[in-house]
Design a protein around this ligand. Structure first.
Ligand SMILES: CCCCCC/C=C/C(=O)SCCNC(=O)CCNC(=O)[C@H](O)C(C)(C)COP(=O)(O)OP(=O)(O)OC[C@H]1O[C@@H](n2cnc3c(N)ncnc32)[C@H](O)[C@@H]1OP(=O)(O)O
Length: 364
C-alpha cells in the first residue's frame, strides 16, 4: 500500500528527497520537471527567476514548470512533492513485479496519482502544467481509479488536484484529434465516453469527497453535484462557461444545480457563465465548507481521516439510500445531456470557441 502523507512534515520532505536519489529507474524528464518545480516551490515559494531565453531549452523547461505552480503555498508544494515521490517509488517498484499481460494502469497512472492510506483512497489529478485539464487518457484513468476504489478496502474516496488548479475542465485539445470518420464520429465518440465517465460518478458506491484545492472549470465543477461532500480552499473559484464555449451543461448539472441552488442561480452559472467564489458556492450549497488556503490541507485531511474511521458498511448503505432514489433520473439526465452536447460540438459556435483558445486568441 502506498504511503500517503496527508500533511507532509519537513522530515517527510527530507525523506522524500533521499528516496528520489535511491530510485532505481530514471522516472523520465516530465516527472523530473515536476519534482524540480515542486522542490523549488516548497523551498523558495513562487518562481523568482528571470525567464530564460527561448534557446536555453533546459532552463526554459524548468522555469515553465516552476512558474506554472503560480502561488501554490509552500506547504502544499511540500505535500505534493512527498505524494509524487511516494507514488513514484511504488509504481516504479511494482512495475518490475507486473506479470506480462497485467493491466499497467492497475499499478501506475500517467495522469493521476492514486494513493491509499488511513481508510482513504486519494485520486489526485496530476497534469499541473496544464492546470489538470482532462485529456482522453485522464477520463479513462479516472474511471479506472474509481472502479478500483469502489472495490478496495478504503472507507471513503477523495478527488483532488495537484498544483495551483483543481482542474481547468475538458482539455480543449481533445477536439483536435479527428478520426477517419470526421467530426461527426469524433462527437459521437466523445458523447459515448462522457456518458460512461459521468455514469461512474452516479454509480460510485462509497462516500466520494472533492477536495477543491484551487480554481475549477467546466466539467470539474458540474460533477461536484454528484459528490457527497465538497471542501474548498478559499482560493478556489467555480466557473462553467458553457455558453462562451458554444456548449451546454453536463455532469447532470442541468438537474443537480437547480435542485442545489435554485433554478435562477443555476441559470446564472450554467447559462450565463457566472464565476463563483468559494464563499458564494458555499452559500449556494454547491460547496460544503470553505477553509483558508493556509490551513486547508491540514484541516480537511484531519476531518477526512476522522470520517474514514466510521463503520464503512453503514456509510455505504446510508449513501445508497440517499442516491438510489435519484439514480434512474440521473442516468436519464446524463444520457440527454450527452446527446445535446454531441450536437453542440458540431456547431460553429463551439468550433470557433475551441479554435480561438487553441490559437491563443481567447482564454476564460
Ligand atoms: C470526452 C469529452 C467530454 C467533454 C465534456 C465537456 C466538458 C466541458 C468543459 O469542461 S468546458 C471547460 C473547458 N475549459 C476551458 O475552456 C479552460 C481553458 N483554459 C483557460 O482558459 C486558461 O488556461 C485558464 C484560465 C484555465 C488558466 O489560465 P492561465 O493561468 O493563464 O494558464 P495558461 O492558460 O497559461 O495554462 C497553462 C497551460 O495549460 C493549458 N491549458 C489550461 N487549461 C486547458 C484546457 N482546458 N485545455 C487545454 N489546455 C489547457 C494552457 O493551454 C497552457 O498550455 P501551454 O503551457 O501554453 O502549452
Amino acid at each position: 500500500m502506498n504511503r500517503t502523507a496527508m500533511r507532509a512534515s519537513q522530515k517527510d520532505f527530507e525523506n522524500a528527497m533521499n528516496q528520489v536519489k535511491l530510485l532505481k529507474k530514471d522516472p523520465g524528464n516530465e516527472v523530473k520537471l515536476k519534482l524540480y518545480s515542486l522542490y523549488k516551490q516548497a523551498t523558495e515559494g513562487p518562481c523568482n527567476m528571470p525567464k530564460p531565453g527561448v534557446f536555453d531549452l533546459i532552463n526554459k523547461a524548468k522555469w515553465d514548470a516552476w512558474n506554472a505552480l503560480g502561488s501554490l503555498p509552500k506547504e502544499t508544494a511540500r505535500q505534493n512533492y512527498v505524494d509524487l515521490v511516494s507514488s513514484l517509488s511504488s509504481s516504479l517498484e511494482s512495475s518490475s513485479q507486473v506479470e506480462p499481460g497485467t493491466d499497467r494502469k492497475s499499478t501506475g497512472y500517467e495522469t493521476l496519482m492514486v494513493t491509499s492510506e488511513d481508510g482513504i483512497t486519494k485520486i489526485m489529478l496530476n497534469r499541473p502544467t496544464k492546470k489538470n485539464a482532462l485529456n482522453v487518457e485522464m477520463y479513462h484513468e479516472i474511471m479506472h481509479a474509481l472502479k478500483a476504489a469502489s472495490k478496495d478496502d478504503s472507507a471513503i474516496t477523495v478527488l483532488t488536484g495537484n498544483g495551483d488548479y483543481y482542474s481547468s475542465g475538458n482539455d480543449l485539445t481533445n477536439f483536435t484529434d479527428i478520426p477517419p470518420g470526421g467530426v461527426e464520429e469524433k462527437a459521437k465518440n466523445g458523447a459515448i465516453l462522457l456518458r460512461e465517465f459521468v455514469g461512474c460518478f452516479i454509480d460510485f458506491p462509497k462516500p466520494l469527497i472533492a477536495v477543491v484545492n484551487g480554481p475549477a472549470v467546466g466539467i470539474s465543477v458540474t460533477l461536484l453535484g454528484l459528490f457527497d461532500a465538497v471542501y474548498a480552499s478559499d482560493r478556489a473559484t467555480f466557473h462553467t462557461p458553457f455558453s462562451h464555449l458554444g456548449q451546454s451543461p453536463e455532469g447532470c448539472s442541468s438537474y443537480t444545480f437547480p435542485k442545489i441552488m435554485s433554478p435562477a442561480k443555476a441559470t446564472e452559472m450554467l447559462v450565463f457563465g457566472k464565476k463563483l467564489t468559494a464563499g458564494e458556492a458555499c452559500a449556494q450549497g454547491l460547496v460544503t465548507e470553505v477553509f483558508p488556503d493556509s490551513t486547508f490541507q491540514k484541516e480537511v485531511w484531519t476531518r477526512l481521516k476522522a470520517f474514514a474511521k466510521l463503520p464503512p458498511n453503514a456509510m455505504r448503505i446510508s449513501k445508497e439510500i440517499i442516491r438510489n432514489r435519484e439514480k434512474e433520473k440521473l442516468h436519464a439526465v446524463n444520457a440527454e445531456e450527452c446527446s445535446v452536447l454531441q450536437g453542440r460540438w458540431l456547431s460553429d459556435e463551439c468550433m470557433n470557441a475551441v479554435v480561438n483558445f487553441l490559437s491563443r486568441k481567447s482564454k476564460l
